[in-house]
Design a protein around this ligand. Structure first.
Ligand SMILES: [Zn+2]
Length: 243
């Protein structure tokens, strides 16, 4: 009789078994595929296969020169990865698929290189380049917020996204000249609390560094609000080496 007792299964255990069976069936019908190469994933939680993770090219040096006319308010700019086909594909997913996990998978995979690349200790605030509220609504979330949050934890800094805002809706800048981009974003940003920015070392975060006009426009406002130093980190740049 005792042995019969030991094989009793509670309703909760049955539910657990059904869940496992259900997920197994879903995986069978929709096998988890690598976001980049669509190979079947051995570790579904990673979302990107080990071969593709290794294929991203970590740049490992600061962006030398901005092609922005006028004063530059950014001390160093560190685009992390080469803007090659796999990385462009990843950034596209980041913007439009709302799959947020792959970003942290990449950041964790390259954590030590990223930490070496950033401008040392003493960063007080990490701030995402904000989207205009309208664009935020269209897209659902700011695709760089997860990177800012990740950096905040690793750098033991504070998240300062609430301290800045985008006040002007700007359309795509791809067709504009460097000078036109500067004009286009000049009044695009504002701050919500000047006192919280005074004497702060700030790390700005964006996805792609093109001319630097947008990040420099925000850096200008932060500089005038009393920030002591402003650096920039981006996931990638198509202009590495030749600004
Ligand atoms: Zn892959």
């Amino acid at each position: 009789m005792d042995s019969a007792k030991s094989i009793q299964i509670s309703p909760l255990q049955i539910i657990d078994h059904l869940k496992i069976l259900f997920h197994g069936m879903v995986d069978l019908i929709y096998p988890p595929l690598c976001l980049i190469c669509e190979a079947r994933l051995e570790q579904p939680a990673k979302e990107i296969c080990p071969a593709c993770l290794e294929k991203f090219k970590f740049l490992g040096k600061a962006h030398e020169q901005f092609s922005v006319p006028g004063e530059i308010y950014i001390s160093t700019a560190s685009p992390l990865f080469e803007f090659d086909a796999p990385f462009q594909q990843f950034i596209h997913h980041l913007k439009y698929s709302r799959r947020r996990k792959p970003l942290s998978v990449i950041l964790n995979h390259y954590e030590s290189q990223i930490m070496d690349q950033l401008p040392g200790q003493g960063i007080d605030l990490v701030i995402s380049i904000p989207l205009h509220p309208r664009k935020l609504r269209e897209r659902g979330y700011n695709q760089v917020d997860d990177m800012s949050l990740w950096l905040t934890r690793k750098l033991n800094a504070e998240l300062g996204n609430h301290l800045v805002k985008r006040t002007k809706y700007t359309t795509s800048q791809t067709q504009l000249s460097a000078q036109e981009r500067v004009e286009n974003v000049r009044e695009a940003f504002g701050v919500t609390k000047v006192s919280a920015l005074k004497d702060k070392h700030i790390l700005l975060v964006d996805d792609v560094l093109t001319t630097g006009a947008t990040s420099n426009a925000l850096a200008r406002v932060l500089h005038h609000s009393g920030a002591s130093r402003i650096d920039l980190v981006t996931l990638s740049t198509p202009h590495h080496g030749n600004a």
